[in-house]
Structure formats: structure tokens, C-alpha cells
Ligand binder design. Sequence first.
Ligand code: PEP
Length: 250
Amino acid sequence: MRIPLIVANWKMNKTVPEALSFAGEFLPEVKDITGRDILIAPPFTALLSMAGMLKGSNVLLSAQDVFYEEKGAYTGQISASMLKDAGCEFVIIGHSERRQHFGETDGTVNKKTKAALKAGLKVILCIGETLDERNAGRTFEVTGAQLKEGLKEIDLSGIVIAYEPVWAIGTGVTAAPEQAEEAHSRIREDLRTLYGRQADETRILYGGSVTPENVDILMAQPDMDGALVGGASLKAVSFVRIVKYKKTGG
Ligand code: PEP
């Protein structure tokens, strides 16, 4: 059974006091939620304090990135064991903003994923096409290659896939529910080709301008196993509503 997973990706937002203030407002509102996993990915600087705040709650901690080496002369980088030590259960890898601004490739995604799993972290592996790729009819060629290369020599347990069409991230443009469902079911098909029935146990999240207004209809799609939320996760009231999405069955 795939337990829905709702993730807040705060990107480069929130100081430690701001993060703790969010948690103080958010945690009481979601404390009775069962049957859904909830995850917050603050910036590195807030991980340790957030770990303390989330301890004993039903909300888990994720990092937004990791480096693949274990230790050494890599100024500015953070290893998987450091994230584990700071209280993380998950790490987001291959977000399109990292691919776009920081030279992330399917090769580095693969190395980072291996390092994270080795350290005992679970991975949210992001894939998705640009607008040009979609307009050229290459969406599934692109997502298929990102999956195949990113997951090379990796077992699927411990992996969550996030489908994030690049044109929908931070733009206010959301994929239509049918568009997202088409992509998710195609991604699951590709996972089946690579991994057989394990694909049916793997969660596939949607990311791209998810809001309190559109979360219910998105989550009603059969292959939608959760959401990766950027902008709308920054305010507690908005993220509470997203976490409390209503299953409409449509
Ligand atoms: C994201 O951070 O992965 C994301 C989807 O951002 P937004 O919800 O702001 O589009």
C-alpha cells in the first residue's frame, strides 16, 4: 500500500526562528492526522533545530540536497551521514532548480542517491521536463531517461519519485490533473519495466504550483501518491490545508 506523502520544500527560505515559529503553528494543527506521511525540508541551517522541534511528532525531516562523498576537502558541501546525524530521514535529490542552476546531472543524481541510501536516508528523486521538451513531444523520453540514469544500479526500496514539470514549478501554472495523471502512470510503467512489481509499491509525488485550491483534485488521481510543495508550504495555514487535502475520488 502506498501511504500518501506530503512534502514542504522551503528552498532558500526561513531563518531558524522563522522555521521554529512555523513548526509551533503547524504541529498542533496536524497532530491527529494519520494515514499520511508529512515531511518538511528546511534549509540546512535549520535542520538541527527543526529536528528537535519535530521529535515525537508525526512530521519527519528532510534535507533539500546532499553531496555524494563521505567526507573531505569539499568546501561548502554536506554529506549524507551529516544529514542523518542532524535528524533527517529523507533527502530531496535532483530538484530542477539544482539541475538548472548548479549543474546537477543524472550522473550526480545517481551518485548522490547511492550515498544517501548507504547512509540510511530515503530519497525523493525529482524528474520532469521543461516546456520546450513538452512542446517537442519529448516529455516521456526525458522522464524515462532521468529515471533510468538516476536510478542506475539502485534498488527501488527507499526511493520516492517526484514528478515536477519544470514549467509548473514556482510559476503558478499547475499541470492539469489529467496531464499529471498521464505522466504519473507513464512513470510507473517505466518503473515496472525497470523493476517489475516493486513499481506498484513506489510513491510518485506531483510537484508544481500545488496550492490549497488545487490539491484535492490533484490528489484524486489514481497514480498521485502525494505532493512536493514549494511556495504554498511557506505559510503554516496554507500547508495545513494541503496536508488535510480531501480525497474526492474523482
Ligand atoms: C518545488 O519546490 O518543488 C515546487 C514544486 O515549488 P512550487 O510549489 O512553488 O511550484
